[in-house]
Write a protein that binds this ligand. Sequence first.
Ligand SMILES: [Zn+2]
Length: 133
Amino acid sequence: MVNDYEDLLEKGMSEVPDEAGESERFELPVADTRKDGSKTVMTNFGEIADVISRDQDRFSKYLQDELGTSARVDGDEMILNGEIRRGNVQAKVKQFAEEYVFCPECESPDTEIVKEKGVEILKCQACGARNPL
Ligand SMILES: [Zn+2]
């Protein structure tokens, strides 16, 4: 009986989740855009890159490829050529996050991209999963 109780205690201890990770509810920011002549300015590009902790270069290249246009980053803003609907930008931001940020195993956004033997791997800090990109 005593031993069982101790076992339970030990088990319970190792299963206590990281409190910070539990209470922090991650929210993917919504892309903010404004029209500027024939261009579309994504005004919170830098902020989103920060929140998802991804490289601005990678993020902007991805958006350009996916939206089929070219763009340049100016401070926290990304200036895209052409008129692009906010919903389209947001859809690609979400897609990027699903591909490059959220862990496919546990859906935690607490991941990082590491390179091993020339292969990029999405490494999850929460569950330890490693998935090649
Ligand atoms: Zn995970």
